[in-house]
Ligand binder design. Sequence first.
Ligand code: NDP
Length: 276
Amino acid sequence: FGHPVAENPTVVMIEAAFHAAGMENWRYLTIEIPPEHLAEAMKAVTTLNMKGINLTMPHKVEVLLHLDEISEAAEKIGAVNTVVNRSGKLFGENTDGKGFLESLRKDGGIDPKNKRAVVLGAGGAGRAICIELALAGCRHITVVNRSTNRGEELTRRIEDKTSARADFMALTPGFAVPENTDIFVQATSIGLYPHTGAKPDIEYDSILPSMTVCDVIPNPPHTEFLTEAEKRGAPTLDGLGMLVYQGTIGFRLWTGKEASVDAMKSALQREFGVAD
Ligand code: NDP
């Protein structure tokens, strides 16, 4: 459920996973739901006996009013993007940060425990990533954001709801990544298609080869931000991996089966017109 939702690529990814698993009778639909119809739409999930749903903008916070139970992480993040219909009771989870962690661990070989992270962006993606990094044992998180209010609110949330330490820095031109950073995440919407040439205005020479540099932008997966990090010798992780892994978590919750990461990734690459 989203508004707007027509361009959302998740359908392509989940349908590819159904096909790869031989689940030919399963369907994933993208349904346009304006905010004033969210309550009725959530009732329809049980009425129509759907296995579950994803929520995208602008429903991820409002949906909390229509759920029977939410995961501990979703409660701490304050947003839900995946709902499971458990015999008529609606359970909410947030898979964005979990997908990021899985990509960090599986594709990057990085365990966040005791690490220091810097996260650009304090919107939905930044919030989910910061809370999951903190719950996974990250020692210190610096939130860097354009608007101070949102950035400081996230910093307080991390400190109140997890055992990680956090501080806030303003995203101003020339922002330099602290030298002792292990994980540097770009979680703003800068660089998302069709604004593919854009990148955050920061001091790229402050990126070191010792940092793992991640971008949440799935399309295009190879952003200008990651190109700059590669030029400084840093290992990188793109947002396509995060998107696929968060999709596998939803797939598991709805179907009880494992999704094919390869099938999902190839389907998205075809959709975005990028080579394997
Ligand atoms: P939100 O609208 O909630 O937040 C956007 C964030 O980007 C805010 O921190 C905002 O700062 C910042 N921002 C936007 N434009 C600028 C700019 N010109 N200069 C500086 N900061 C800017 O969006 P989401 O967090 O939901 O999504 C962010 C991105 O993450 C999207 O591109 C989305 O596609 C991607 N995403 C990827 C996922 C994946 O699985 N790969 C999953 C979820 C999201 P401010 O607070 O100052 O407005």
